[in-house]
Design a protein around this ligand. Structure first.
Ligand code: NAD
Length: 356
């Protein structure tokens, strides 16, 4: 049966393909953008320089100070560079942190964003922004921060370290899994989400090998595009709430937390979302919905990255507080949430037990 639904398609042009970066100058011209402020992290200065060279006189300035979680001081600093450059668009080359800085600047200036993603985080497809001030991250939705143009060039993913390929790819799978049982899921986002899980899961073990497999990394990027699209289109639930709590309150790394928690969140929600989980399971090559959590866990093991919160800086003594924080404010989830069951979920994630 088709449940009633609402679907808001988000605007934005997407160019995908190996070598797509070469089209950037022409694409900027097509949109009438003549002066770009090129944004990167300090680690990706070189990639920023390369892109600036590619667009020639259209590069009005460069700012290479993007940092994780978009600290407000960085936004203030970048805003000065923006004023000096007299740019008419923001060109972000990097992962979620760099796209996040572009979004914070767009929120202040209303300038359009052009994003060139170099991880699988998916922020480039969402109207969600976040800024950290005094240790607290404020987030919101505003269509002004949704990039007008996204250039996905899989060649840019070749420099991403293998372990980051794995965790960033699992971060993208998590967007797809939660989109399938989202309260605001609709037939279009569910198609994209299932295909996202399938594309990523099939290629991730090869993509995350030390020896570069360009095709596998490209396939994961295609899945990550789908993941970002559904993240931007529908509401998330338990998994994202837990990861936000763990990342924000215990300073754990973003993509690693998503990687470790998703099998457990999926297993927890499976009894309450059998149809969504059947699609996740099918995309992972399994027949039964209850196999989805275990299959996601096996995928992480196959990529060789960590499966235990204990190994990424979480302290056992903090698990009670994490469960308390994650259940303090009520929010929608397919299965009702209580402190004790979330504490058990966190325990499984802490010790890296395979969901049954
Ligand atoms: P990131 O952007 O912080 O990148 C991690 C590191 O890898 C950085 O040092 C970066 O310079 C480097 N790097 C990125 N691409 C590289 C490449 N191809 N080669 C070599 N090094 C590279 O990490 P991320 O996981 O992409 O983003 C995480 C952040 O994005 C979090 O703060 C998260 O909250 C945010 N996010 C936001 C949304 C949204 O919709 N607003 C969605 C997803 C993630």
């Amino acid at each position: 049966m088709i449940e009633p639904f609402a679907y808001d398609a988000l605007p934005g042009r997407v160019i995908f393909g190996a070598g797509a970066l070469e089209k950037l100058a022409k694409e900027l011209d097509g949109l009438g953008f003549g002066r770009a402020l090129v944004l990167t992290t300090p680690q990706q200065t070189e990639q920023g320089e390369r892109v600036a060279a590619l667009i020639g006189a259209r590069a009005a300035g460069r700012y290479a100070g993007a940092r994780m979680h978009v600290p407000v001081e960085v936004v203030d600093d970048a805003e000065r560079a923006l004023a000096e450059s007299k740019a008419d668009c923001l060109l972000a080359i990097g992962g979620g942190s760099t796209t996040g800085l572009a979004k914070a600047l767009a929120l202040r200036s209303s300038l359009p964003i052009v994003a060139v993603p170099t991880t699988y985080a998916g922020s480039e497809m969402t109207p969600i922004w976040g800024i950290t001030e005094g240790g607290a991250k404020t987030t919101g939705r505003d269509v002004r921060v949704l990039p007008r143009l996204v250039i996905y060039d899989p060649d840019l993913l070749r420099t991403l370290p293998a372990d980051v390929v794995a965790t960033s790819g699992m971060n993208a799978i998590a967007h797809c899994v939660e989109a399938l049982y989202s309260q605001t899921a609709n037939p279009v986002t569910s198609l994209m989400a299932e295909e996202g899980v399938r594309a990523i899961a099939e290629a991730l073990p090869r993509a995350a090998q030390a020896e570069i497999d360009g095709d596998a990394r490209a396939q994961v990027l295609y899945g990550a595009w789908l993941g970002g699209t559904v993240l931007g289109a529908v509401g998330m639930a338990l998994h994202h709430k837990l990861c936000h709590t763990l990342g924000g309150s215990f300073d754990l790394p973003h993509a690693e937390v998503h990687t470790i928690v998703i099998p457990h969140a999926a297993a927890f929600n499976a009894p309450a979302a059998p149809e969504a989980m059947a699609r996740v399971a099918r995309a992972l090559g399994k027949a039964k919905p209850e196999e989805a959590g275990g299959a996601l866990f096996d995928l992480i093991v196959a990529t060789g990255v960590k499966t235990r919160l204990a190994d990424i800086g979480m302290k056992e003594a903090d698990l009670d507080r994490a469960a308390e924080l994650a259940t303090r404010n009520p929010y929608w989830n397919p299965r009702p949430i209580d402190r004790e069951s979330i504490r058990r979920l966190l325990d499984d994630a802490y010790f890296g037990r395979r969901p049954r």
